[in-house]
Write a protein that binds this ligand. Structure first.
Ligand SMILES: Cc1cc2nc3c(=O)[nH]c(=O)nc-3n(C[C@H](O)[C@H](O)[C@H](O)COP(=O)(O)O)c2cc1C
Length: 189
């Protein structure tokens, strides 16, 4: 069964580190072999704070930016959210992007990759998993946290982490593929 995975760059601020980390994650996911991978940059969608009059469950979107975001999310079977940690929390742009939609996320599998200082963004990852679960996704417990991520980004903005991080991501992708496959079958049943 073909599984589409969107690797979502959650950070949207100028000068962000998110693309370097997410690009690496998308490449890893590609070589993992279980997914058709797309690297999705949230910044490309220019989503304002929720500006749709109807509840997202109605899917009556009035704005092109919401329709574009909806199409991107709806096309995937699984998501890898690459999140920074701001004040022990996922960044507001990512939280907003999640809340702008509803049904598009439903019964899909999701993994969180966080990066930060000494904590590796783990607090943000746990908060994000709660929101993901509330949106009817399976937030798999295998999170990937990258502490002191800056040490692994070189002058060319290439992120090259150590083996435990690589192994951690591969293990998480194994679990994500199993959930994504089961949930795809459930959505089609
Ligand atoms: C508003 C703000 C809050 C931050 N809070 C945290 C934090 O709680 N924990 C942490 O490890 N790093 C924190 N940082 C540092 C980020 O880990 C670092 O800036 C990182 O580059 C953010 O990811 P980004 O560049 O992709 O946006 C914070 C950064 C910003 C801009």
């Amino acid at each position: 069964m073909s599984l589409k995975l969107n690797v979502i760059i959650g950070s949207t601020r100028p000068g962000r580190a998110g693309p370097a980390v997410a690009k690496w994650a998308a490449e890893q996911a590609g070589t993992h072999g279980k997914f058709e991978v797309e690297l999705v940059d949230l910044a490309d969608f220019n989503l304002p704070l929720l500006d749709e009059p109807s509840h997202p469950r109605a899917q009556q979107y009035q704005h092109e930016h919401t329709k574009n975001w909806s199409a991107s999310v709806a096309a995937a079977d699984a998501y890898l959210f690459v999140t920074p940690e701001y004040d022990y929390f996922p960044n507001a742009a990512l939280v907003n992007a999640l809340q702008v939609l509803s049904r598009e996320w439903s019964f899909k599998a999701a993994c969180v990759l966080s990066y930060g200082g000494i904590s590796g963004g783990l607090r943000a990852a746990q908060e994000l998993r709660q929101l993901i679960g509330n949106l009817d996704m399976m937030a798999i417990p295998q999170t990937v946290a990258v502490p002191s991520f800056g040490k692994f980004i070189n002058d060319d903005q290439v992120f090259a982490p150590t083996e435990p991080t690589i192994n951690g991501l591969n293990g998480a992708l194994d679990a994500l593929a199993r959930w994504a496959s089961a949930l795809k079958a459930a959505r089609q049943a």
